[in-house]
Design a protein around this ligand. Sequence first.
Ligand code: AMP
Length: 395
Amino acid sequence: MQLRSLSDLELTNKRVFLRLDLNVPTKDGKITDETRIVEALPTIQYLLKHTNRICMASHMGRPKGGPDPKYSLEPVGARLAALLNKEVVFVRNYVEEPVNQYLDQLSPNQVVLLENLRFHDGEKDGDQAFAQTLMRGIDVYVNDGFGAVHRADASVSAAAETLPPAKRAAGLLIQKEVAALTEVMAQPKAPFTVVMGGAKVSDKVPVILNLITKCNNLLIGGAMAYTFLKAKGVDVGASKYEADQLSICEKIFTNAESRKVKIFLPVDHICATEFSEKAKPVAVQTPAIGAGLMGLDIGPSTREQYRQVIEKSATVLWNGPMGVFEWPAFAGGSLAVAKALAETKGKTIVGGGDSVSALNQAGVADRVSHVSTGGGASLEFLEGKTLPGLKVLAK
Ligand code: AMP
């Protein structure tokens, strides 16, 4: 899909609505990973060369029922101000006070950031009236929030549609993301290995079914591995698995076999007797897990086997952690995969918040070809879906 780009826009002194994905993780009001803010900078800086009337907007977390200080974008505004060396005018009450009034009074050293769009139900509902409210007096619409393009939220699609196509464009980050993911889907160099992990098979079925038509190897980890193992008749003890997904796993096995795609499942595990950060890790050196134990990470033999497959691949796509990555005792498998990707000479693409955190924690984020800022969006893109936020920016 060809998207309208920033260079297609007439920007001089225009009032620009810039939809970003500034949904960064925070702890006690402090930003713990600023990747998404940093990734937004090139587009903001590009726009600032042509106009200083920029209104930035984003969602943050999943607030329910109106404003909640826990999900305020204010700390993000402070960080943006420091990174841009500009004053960020933080506008909370943009429904009552039209944002164009702020934009018309801005000095060259100021930019506007709106409070969390999801404090208004109209955002998630894709509400036309809320979109009109956001776009009052706006001349140009730019979306660079790749992490939200799979959602038909008001600021993502209805807001764009308030302007004619010639006045909308994708920012630099969206262009970069779409180019990287399109390349993987259109002409992946073989051997192409997909590494899938995370909590649920059910979330990943459509993407697995699509990728199986393109890849040579599928390495599976995370809780979803236990559903696949169970479907093969292997005992998984007290591990999390989805009973209602066993037949779809069988379908995936048959599909893979007919396409000569090799599916790899864990051959050993790091287990525990309870689902707790404090649980004592227990190494299980067989694919089968005994009663009373639950698999919380892939074991050392699996890590080595996966490393060898990754190392020999020309293209590797990774989405989802190999274990309960948030707990240090069960993060080893995800860190090993992160390192294996960094060491391979092939093209490496990583999507999904936890996999990206694993890369950062292993200190190798700069050693992969592309890190996607949008977990859900990249998965839906890889499923082959048309994403609403991209559709409105198509040429
Ligand atoms: P997802 O959002 O589907 O990528 O899933 C990520 C979540 O899966 C993380 O919060 C992990 O803690 C969780 N997870 C990964 N492996 C396991 C496992 N073996 N048992 C339980 N949860 C897991």
